[in-house]
Design a binder for this molecule. Structure first.
Ligand SMILES: NC(=O)C1=CN([C@@H]2O[C@H](COP(=O)(O)OP(=O)(O)OC[C@H]3O[C@@H](n4cnc5c(N)ncnc54)[C@H](O)[C@@H]3O)[C@@H](O)[C@H]2O)C=CC1
Ligand SMILES: O=C(O)C(=O)CS(=O)(=O)O
Length: 322
């Protein structure tokens, strides 16, 4: 039997179209929605391509006896049981770092959008208003990064022209690592207390889930802005709503939510938040890079080559995992 690559979410790119010229590529972009549909879709797969919604559980892996690789079109691995894949001898490949620049640009957009009230002004002008409220500059302020991996450091890189102090916290990064550049590595309490803008770049792990609860949000600098482009589960939405309502925090920019799409949330009644629907990492540029990487990995694994080099990089994502 030939190889079958099964794409179970909306993943596209030139490299995937190229792959379809030499391999059987089956597209089931909605299969992730229903566990039975997903199980049927992957049952004859030798490679499965997912984004962040298909839940790759031990049960799903056992329903795909010929499976050799799960290729994640992105970075976060919280929807994949990597340990179960290891046990089943299935390679898990992820495009680490390939969407970092997109995420970083979006992070700045959210921070500036909050500080300049872009969404409120837009609504106001469309309704005939012309209220010229003062915004806040980034220059001269302190930016705090929670998580100093690919996306956190990409933000630091973009901030070079902004005249800011940049501090960051990541217990798994050596403070002397040259990749930190001018980022000052500090403890968790210090990054919370000093940052005028705190951007969250954390994976969802047992350690990070609900990390920013009401108590930690209360230790943030008064008047600060919170931006979350990591995982929604890291921030307690009730605690954030309370901190925004009390005026302790000035605003928030959220690309990711505890539940996606979000149901009713305590944040619904709070005005000082800008939302985007988990698109920080999704640009035409990043998707082409991501798909090129995952197709390389799929070709390597299906041709029997040792693809452990890409899998080895998973260590970076799995630091701090459960
Ligand atoms: N909104 C979006 O579109 C995107 C969201 N993401 C999410 O953002 C996360 C980070 O992405 P990258 O920076 O590319 O991943 P990365 O793996 O390069 O960096 C994550 C960093 O978080 C650190 N970390 C882990 N636990 C920590 C803790 N308790 N406290 C502080 N630092 C901790 C790790 O040491 C690592 O340096 C991903 O895992 C994914 O969940 C990633 C890309 C796009
Ligand atoms: O890469 C990630 O971890 C993301 O969250 C972006 S995506 O998977 O939704 O494209």
């Amino acid at each position: 039997m030939g190889d079958r690559i099964v794409v179970v979410e909306d993943v596209w790119g030139a490299a995937l179209s190229d792959l379809a010229r030499t391999h059987e590529v089956r597209r089931h972009p909605d299969a992730w929605i229903d566990p039975d549909m997903l199980r049927d879709a992957v049952s004859e797969a030798t490679a499965v391509v997912v984004r962040n919604r298909a839940q790759v559980t031990e049960e799903l892996l056992s329903a795909a006896p010929d499976l050799k690789i799960v290729a994640r079109a992105g970075v976060g691995l919280d929807n994949i049981d990597v340990a179960a894949a290891d046990r089943a001898g299935v390679v898990v490949s992820a495009a680490l770092g390939a969407n970092a620049v997109s995420v970083a640009e979006h992070t700045l957009l959210l921070a500036l959008g909050v500080l300049r009230e872009v969404v409120a002004h837009d609504r106001d002008v469309r309704a005939g208003g012309w209220e010229r409220r003062a915004g806040v500059e980034l220059s001269g302020k302190t930016w705090g990064l929670l998580g100093l991996g690919a996306t956190g450091l990409a933000v630091a890189n973009l901030l070079r022209g902004f005249g800011m102090r940049i501090i960051g916290h990541d217990p798994y990064v050596d403070p002397k690592d040259p990749r930190l550049g001018r980022v000052e590595a500090v403890g968790l309490d210090e990054v919370l207390a000093r940052a005028d803008v705190l951007s969250v770049h954390l994976p969802a792990t047992a350690e990070t889930k609900n990390l920013l609860d009401a108590a930690l949000l209360g230790r943030m600098k008064p008047g600060a802005v919170l931006v979350n482009v990591g995982r929604g589960e890291v921030v307690d939405e009730a605690g954030l709503a309370a901190a925004l309502r009390s005026g302790h925090l000035a605003g928030a920019g959220l690309d990711v939510r505890g539940t996606e799409p979000p149901g009713p949330s305590p944040l619904d009644e709070v005005g000082s938040v800008i939302y985007t629907p988990h698109i920080a990492g999704i640009t035409v540029d990043s998707q082409e890079r991501i798909v090129a990487r995952l197709v390389d990995d799929i070709r390597a694994v299906l041709s029997g080559a040792d693809a452990r080099c890409s899998v080895g990089k998973l260590a970076g994502v799995r630091r701090g995992a459960a």
